[in-house]
Design a protein around this ligand. Sequence first.
Ligand SMILES: Cc1cc2nc3c(=O)[nH]c(=O)nc-3n(C[C@H](O)[C@H](O)[C@H](O)COP(=O)(O)OP(=O)(O)OC[C@H]3O[C@@H](n4cnc5c(N)ncnc54)[C@H](O)[C@@H]3O)c2cc1C
Length: 471
Amino acid sequence: MKGELDNVGKFDFIIVGAGPAGLFAALELSRAGKSVAVFDKGSPISARKCPIKTGASKDCVRCHPCAIISGWGGAGAYSDGKLTLTPEFGGNLERSVGREKLLDLIDEVDRTFVHFGADSPVYEPDPVFAADVIRRGRAAGLQVIPARIRHMGTDRAKQVLASFYEELGASCEVRTRTEVQTVLVEQGRAKGVLLADGTLVEAPAVLLAPGREGAPWMERVASDLGLSVDSLPVDIGVRVEIPDEIANDLTEQFYEVKAIFDAPTFDDRVRTFCMCPHGEVVTEYQSDSGLVIVNGHSNRDRKTQNTNFAILVSTEFTHPFRDPNGYGGAIARLANMLGGTVLVQRLGDLKAGRRSTAGRIERGLVRPTLQQAEPGDLSFALPYRHLTDILEMLKALNAIMPGIDGPHTLLYGVEVKFYSLRLSLDKGLQTSVKGLYAAGDGAGVTRGLVQASASGLVAARDFLDTEREAS
Ligand SMILES: Cc1cc2nc3c(=O)[nH]c(=O)nc-3n(C[C@H](O)[C@H](O)[C@H](O)COP(=O)(O)OP(=O)(O)OC[C@H]3O[C@@H](n4cnc5c(N)ncnc54)[C@H](O)[C@@H]3O)c2cc1C
């Protein structure tokens, strides 16, 4: 050991990534009396400050790593804090643990969040209202799926994560601003990790939970260790921003409207994702690839007059789809090449085949909450296929959100979800290397806070069970 870690010995368990998957695993293991080290390359929660948010910069200055998605709490810290309590959303964990167990895990994760301060109400739509929306959606080809959602809000989520730190900072060896370079394996068993500063840290079990931002790193580790990987469809699309009044009826009831649509021209699956009522559109910097992409969040106590959400197109071109993350990255890079950051365009301009200019955005009826986005033309960045799917989705959504398909709706691009790789894992989320686990978004297991948290529990419990059986 050297440098800051001189006083750190061997551990029972090492966790890479202090996002929800890592934190829930750390809770479970430390409460079971295990010695746990948690490494995250981002900053402690109190130091996670996006220069745009603090007003220190007008534009994304490409922090390495990005404070929005890296650090204590992971992408969850700045996330919208929507805890989706319905198993159909937020991941594929049901495949590993079955529906009954997933329902129990969701309940347990929710109770833990409430214990740490997420005491906000749960949204559940009135059944008569929901039935009417479902009927209107169906007539337009949309499948609307009501979900139970507890909304913490971005501001509250940070307080909740600070409370997690109060417990875990005392019971685990937590190292932020500490990047893990690679995983050490000996004779088919996990042996520890090598940090970027050259320090070797040992443990017989390691959990990889590097999130979406760490998906390219995970891909490299998997390749170095010869772990088998499946490709998932890549999700590419735009973030839509509309005035509150277009979505209010629905968001007051559902909070988030989850709609799925098979777009007629290409028969691609298109869906709404991460709805942020009264929210803000934000940029997300992927430090590994150097890309600026778009996202959104809502504060619970600071509201805007707009609602935003993503429209994502899931595409699997050939099977296997060799490099979905590379493909999504190439499209995001095109948008960055044009605007230096994310682009924004009015729907009316897109349909008329002209770029949006600062003047046209200024004359529009929707004030962009992401002022730094560059007015431009998304058709230079997004493939014809994706644009067609998105336009068809907006037309269909007009049946449940009248006005959304109008000329003033803003589209920001591009939004890409880098969780397009899935490691081959057993039911306990262990890889083919003994003692090496993978969980959360970066492993392709989940796509949201609740299932990511639950996946951390699954991995930790599998480790504890295996240890118990062996003793
Ligand atoms: C702006 C935004 C809004 C969102 N809103 C919601 C929402 O409302 N509801 C919802 O359910 N989900 C939301 N999400 C998604 C949610 O945040 C993720 O699904 C969830 O955080 C995934 O958890 P995770 O533990 O897998 O990874 P993450 O939370 O991504 O955490 C991974 C951590 O690993 C660290 N890391 C990566 N590589 C390394 C390495 N080599 N060494 C050390 N550390 C490393 C990263 O710094 C990061 O802190 C949102 C995401 C964003 C970005």
